[in-house]
Write a protein of this length. Structure first.
Length: 76
């Protein structure tokens, strides 16, 4: 599914970036330019990024929130 029409960024592109070690949403924006033009996709792109990071799509080992979310899920 295309998330960012302006830059043709799909949910698969976001998943790929997370697998490759994308550490934060800001880094995702730097690498893909998602949600940097009109901004209409910002919330969807942000949610998609964090959902992939939580799901462990290859992990986001440098993300300061990844470990906290894993602990939170384990304690649930």
């Amino acid at each position: 599914m295309i998330i960012c029409i302006c830059h043709r960024i799909s949910d698969r592109d976001i998943t790929r970036a997370v697998r490759e070690g994308c550490a934060s949403f800001d880094e995702l924006q730097d690498e893909t330019r998602v949600a940097t033009a009109c901004g209409a996709c910002h919330d969807c792109a942000h949610q998609s990024f964090h959902a992939q990071a939580r799901a462990g799509a290859g992990g986001c080992p440098r993300s300061p929130h990844a470990g906290a979310q894993a602990l939170q899920l384990a304690g649930a």
